[in-house]
Design a protein around this ligand. Sequence first.
Ligand code: FAQ
Length: 331
Amino acid sequence: MYSQGLTGEQSELEETPEFLAAFQARIDREEKIEPNDPMPAAYRKTLIRQIGQHAHSEIVGMLPEGNWITRAPNLRRKAALLAKVQDEGGHGLYLYAAAETLGVSREQMTEELLCGKAKYSSIFNYPTPTWADIGLIGWLVDGAAIMNQVPLCRCSYGPYSRAMIRVCKEESFHQRQGYEIVRTLAEGSAEQKEMAQDALNRWWWPSLMMFGPSDSDSVNSDQSMKWKIKRFTNDELRQKFVDATVVQAEKIGLTIPDPDLKWNEEREHYDFGAIDWEEFWRVVKGGGPMNRDRIAARKKAWDEGAWVREAALAHARKRLEREAAAKEAAE
Ligand code: FAQ
């Protein structure tokens, strides 16, 4: 396991002003912080929160697309979707392992998800009623994830930053396969184009919400930027995403559902309409269309998988015992 041999929590650490200044100086010199390095408790806590939520998002994020694996329109689409959903599961595992290096167990993190204490991305609380939704998730949701996660490859915490490198490569493939699905529909029959447009209408605003509250309401951003966990603010990343995506929509003849969307010559960015923050907070707090189903599905999988985890642990224990006995016999 990735976290083997790592100590996690350092309860003895005294956070004197000298220690905190020296820690910040390491961050400012762009040194990576590694699991056994001394670190302020608040830095550790922030990382556990963010990496844990990120891991949960990847795992819960398998559900809306998993819904279409048996119904993908042809074998090529089915194979690609199956591989993509499996990739997301892998991302969740790297991330849980990265969080474990900070002294939290996967069981603890999962329990926090299931009891509603830990968050996961709001985006996965929306339904996927048509095949076009699968294209839209790849194009917009993976597209937004890349925009957010490429800077995380330079995060100050070593294990998180390294996990992000592979994750971003895979997300980039996912984004292209999603865009290709949407393009195929947009260039197909009038009915198919309509299906793609309808899905874009439903996913556009929730995708913008993925970047989190506006900077003025983002309670964690300032400190996370100082610690170089985050490299850009929520609004900066949201703007980059809008600028990149509008052109992609135009190219395939789809319309972004925002009457206020307009290129601003002076700012050299697109202006866009107001986000419905009431909807965002309602979904974050559990009131989205699919929140209940998502948590129920994760709870079922966790409960039904208990015997597999127990069997794997028993097997690992027996193997260690056998190895120890063989070593003793050889001495
Ligand atoms: N949904 O102060 P901030 C993916 C919470 S992965 C739910 O701005 P922060 C791959 C936030 O946690 C998608 N909650 O917080 C994929 C905080 O609550 P807390 C996930 C949200 O951490 C694709 C509170 O609001 N990506 O899509 C959301 O500085 C396709 C105040 O917010 C990551 O997790 C939200 N959208 O910035 C998988 C990337 N936004 O914790 C399958 C890593 C904010 O104080 C299929 N995470 N909140 O109780 C991050 O970059 C950051 O955590 C942000 C939020 C940017 C999400």
